[in-house]
Ligand binder design. Sequence first.
Ligand SMILES: Nc1ncnc2c1ncn2[C@@H]1O[C@H](COP(=O)(O)OP(=O)(O)OP(=O)(O)O)[C@@H](O)[C@H]1O
Ligand SMILES: N[C@@H](CCO)C(=O)O
Length: 353
Amino acid sequence: MTAPSAGTPARLRDGGRTGTAATASVPGSSANLGPAFDAVGLALDLRDELRVEVLEPGAGVRVDVEGQGAGRVGAGEAHLVVRALRQALARVGAPQPDLGLTCRNGVPFGRGAGSSAAAVVAGVVLARGLLEEPGRLDDGTALDVAAGMEGHPDNAAASLLGGATLGWAEPGSGVEGAGSEWAGLEGAGAGWPPGDGGAGALRWRAVRVEPHPDLVAVLCVPAVELLTAHARALLPDVVPHVDAAFNAGRAALLVEALVRRPDLLLPATADRLHQPQRAAAAPATAALVADLRARGLAAAVSGAGPSVLVLGPGAPAGAAAAPLLAAVRGVAGPTWDVLVPGVARAGARWATG
Ligand SMILES: Nc1ncnc2c1ncn2[C@@H]1O[C@H](COP(=O)(O)OP(=O)(O)OP(=O)(O)O)[C@@H](O)[C@H]1O
Ligand SMILES: N[C@@H](CCO)C(=O)O
């Protein structure tokens, strides 16, 4: 999908001459946090670091990847960061130059830590860094492009804005086709959002809220991957009203627990809308979540899984995370890589050069 641009066409910095460059640093994220499916995201300090440079005309696209995903993602125009960068330039009507991209990836692929959203947000903010007027891709527009590619706003908003984010969709972006991948790419049912038919003009929006200073996030990462598209295909089109009501209450409570009352994180991270429905695709994940919760720890599937996120009150200094980390390690055992990534209070950063 390439959305048409609004207003006068944007220009590349320095006329887009060879060597014009931009850098970006983008955090990963954990989505849903239990009940807030496709809505709440928490930015995690596992970062992808990138640089893009305009190449001489005719050079095409060159991509060099180190770290997570090295040797396994397609290069050239098919690369997800390049696709997002192209969409963002197209959104503001900017020229499409030949490009050299280098990626040093810290966000693990396909584990529920928001790798695809981090890649998409990286492409969008790199495009911003190439523009003569970066403000043409302000945060609202950047989120709309990124969430439109993802099909949901939770991870993209957290990667872009940092902290905790509450995302939603509204009909009527003014940009025909924005968000049209919702129904197709990731297997969500047609007819959502209501009134839009699931494939029309949407505006993806989000607000950032500041997580409580004592919030600690522990991420249990397994060796196996689970593609989000696969996990979304397991979701039913219809859910019982009683379960929807359960989640509405818990999702509302989640915001209060994240921001002011970490002592309420255990009830605030309970879910009935997606975790039980996906358990068969990642049984070890479901078992670990149940085990941790039975011990009073606020565990949830991270994004579409298979990682497990555990939230707890602690303190920002690393040492204060130790009791929660030890407790989680004790339950998880050696087959899980247990990390304390830190809450990324700053979202995507970009610079010229
Ligand atoms: N940095 C990246 N560069 C290029 N492609 C990427 C990058 N990160 C992710 N991808 C693509 O996205 C796929 C993983 O996306 P997917 O949505 O399935 O998982 P995730 O984003 O890691 O997890 P979740 O959405 O549950 O948090 C990878 O297999 C790869 O094709
Ligand atoms: N909300 C998304 C996050 C993963 O991309 C899901 O659970 O499918």
